[in-house]
Ligand binder design. Structure first.
Ligand SMILES: [Zn+2]
Ligand SMILES: [Zn+2]
Length: 387
């Protein structure tokens, strides 16, 4: 980390440049070009256009054939920024609101360190992934042959964590972040005059009953020692005071740590919606789609990266039993292909880094960059020791 700290001024400047000149999912052309240019300058072999705007750098040292993948996400969010510092977003309605500008910079810092020191024996694949924010960037890279073209024996990723002090890490073996599903539910009734309910089937009343019934799924169908979330977040119905509409549309999200639980929730939603609708004389159609699978950390890789973190900052600053989060992350699709681990890196507390991600006042804490770069580099030296 002391070596990486020498680059701190430069890394901070790059991070702020990414922050100001951000790009949303699958539009990361400038970001990818800068990443590619820097990797090449350090003698790293560069491959572009993997899964759209993805970039992979390949660095070899020694004769070993074991390979480690290190992944960072590069995209910004479609949300306005409320900060007014000099490097705030230059693009209205878009913001690096999740710190992926920092993750990109951290992986660049690790790449530079590893290219300079080469204190490992094997192959490192630096994976710069586009479109993490719900647009399928990880799946796109995997589908584009990421692990066939760049075989990895293990993969590692990280995310900054507001509310956790800089220099602290959090991780757990097994399920670390939930899988995510989105649903749309259409209920068709029979429209008519608001004053003549007897000649209609009001889909608003039916929809309200369905929303209430959905609240029983987590309470009554999911086992108490398992976890899930069912949130109805949208309910679109008629537009006039005196017209009972033909149909209503509901939407929302489901989170769960196990694929089986996600399937159970979907089955219960479909059964409740169709049977309640039929009781009301209406019909219901549920469309359910997987957005991400759960992030599941391998036990060996979790121990390895936690040990590497403890060697840098001390055991007291590494939470190895981090409580799993109901949020989701598409690195899960890489972890589904290869063993690996995903670690949280403290972004700070209070004024210095404590603002939640996806908040218009969020900013990545530059003081956290060496801890992110350092842990990625340390994993390589531990996975691929020399001699
Ligand atoms: Zn995010
Ligand atoms: Zn993020």
């Amino acid at each position: 980390m002391e070596h990486i700290r020498r680059y701190q001024a430069e890394l901070t400047a790059w991070r702020r440049d990414f922050h100001a000149h951000l790009e949303a999912g699958f539009e990361e052309h400038r970001t990818s070009a800068l990443v590619a240019e820097r990797l090449a300058a350090w003698g790293i072999e560069v491959h572009r256009g993997i899964g759209g705007t993805g970039v992979v750098g390949v660095l070899r040292s020694g004769r070993g054939n074991l390979a480690v993948g290190l992944r960072a996400d590069t995209d910004a969010l479609e949300m306005p920024e409320a900060n007014d510092f000099p490097y705030r977003s230059t693009i209205p309605g878009k913001m690096h609101g999740c710190g992926h500008d920092g993750h990109t910079t951290m992986l660049l810092g690790a790449a530079r360190y590893l290219a300079e020191t080469k204190n490992f024996d094997g192959i490192v694949h630096f994976i710069f992934q586009p479109a993490e924010e719900g647009q399928g960037g990880a799946q796109a890279m995997v589908a584009d042959g990421l692990f066939e073209r760049f075989p990895c024996d293990s993969v590692y990723g990280l995310h900054n964590q507001p509310g956790m002090a800089v220099g602290h890490y959090g991780i757990r073996a097994g399920a670390m972040m939930a899988g995510c599903g989105f649903f749309d539910l259409d209920i068709h009734g029979r429209g008519g005059h608001g004053a003549r309910p007897e000649s209609t089937v009001n889909p608003v009343v039916c929809g309200a009953a369905v929303v209430s019934a959905f609240q029983s799924i987590v309470a009554r169908n999911v086992a108490p020692n398992d976890t899930a979330v069912v949130s109805v977040t949208g309910f679109t119905a008629g537009t006039a005071y005196n017209v009972i509409p033909e149909r209503v549309s509901l939407r929302g999200t489901v989170r769960a740590f196990r694929t089986g639980t996600m399937q159970l929730v979907e089955e219960r939603m479909r059964a409740l919606a169709t049977s309640i609708a039929s009781g009301f004389g209406a019909t219901a159609e549920l469309a359910f789609r997987e957005v991400t699978v759960p992030v599941v950390n391998g036990a060996a890789q979790t121990a390895l990266i936690a040990d590497a973190a403890a060697a840098m900052v001390g055991e007291a600053h590494v939470d190895r039993q981090r409580i799993p989060a109901m949020g989701s992350e598409d690195f899960s699709y890489m972890l589904a292909e290869r063993p690996g681990a995903y670690i949280l890196v403290g972004n700070g507390t209070g004024e210095a880094g404590g603002c939640e991600v996806h908040n218009p006042r969020y900013d990545l804490n530059d003081a956290a960059i060496p801890y992110g770069a350092g842990i990625l580099a340390a994993v390589v030296e531990k996975e691929l020791p020399r001699g």
